[in-house]
Design a protein around this ligand. Structure first.
Ligand code: CUA
Length: 176
């Protein structure tokens, strides 16, 4: 007998009834999840941003620096703390290996956060709420946010971006 003979089992038989039922169940479940993904986009309480624009990282850096220069109210460990503009807009930049500036928001006041990266792909994870966004150089995401509780919220990078990934963090402060 050669080493590559056909297995002497039900190997080539037609799929049995149980297996067909499970396959059907899996396919229906996949379709359900696929559809709910779009339903959630319009009716869910937590939605990922669908507003994004292309931007050169250097241009985003300039806009962020202008925003920081005009709206700084303090600093934390050398990182500027800023408040939103009168129109309720703020910039948040990710870079190797930090988020800047620190955003100081007010509870109940909506803010449009322009989020992008100066260099690599990063992740923005707001803790302990576990809100997660991808941060890509060349694209600016508009994160619409209305804080519902006060306190300090940490931001961690959850997309591996280099040797300093594990120390990459930022902060959002929400006051009354
Ligand atoms: Cu930035 Cu990991």
């Amino acid at each position: 007998m050669s080493a590559l003979s056909v297995p002497n089992t039900r190997y080539l038989e037609r799929v049995g009834r149980d297996e067909r039922v499970w396959l059907l169940f899996a396919i229906v479940w996949c379709l359900f999840l696929f559809v709910i993904m779009y339903v959630w986009q319009f009716f869910g309480s937590q939605r990922t941003p669908i507003e994004s624009y292309r931007i050169e990282p250097s241009e985003f850096r300039t806009l962020t620096q202008e925003y920081v220069a005009g709206h700084q109210v303090g600093d934390v460990n050398g990182v500027p703390v800023t408040v939103p503009t009168e129109q309720g807009e703020a910039f948040l930049a990710a870079r190797a290996f930090a988020f800047e500036p620190v955003l100081q928001l007010r509870r109940g006041e909506s803010v449009r956060i322009y989020l992008s990266s100066y260099d690599y792909q990063h992740g923005m994870s707001i803790q302990p709420l576990n809100l997660n966004f991808q941060v890509l150089p060349g694209y600016v995401y508009v994160v619409n946010l209305t804080p519902t509780s006060t306190g300090e919220f940490g931001i961690v990078c959850n997309e591996y971006c280099g040797l300093g990934h594990h120390v990459m963090s930022g902060r959002i402060i929400v006051t009354d």
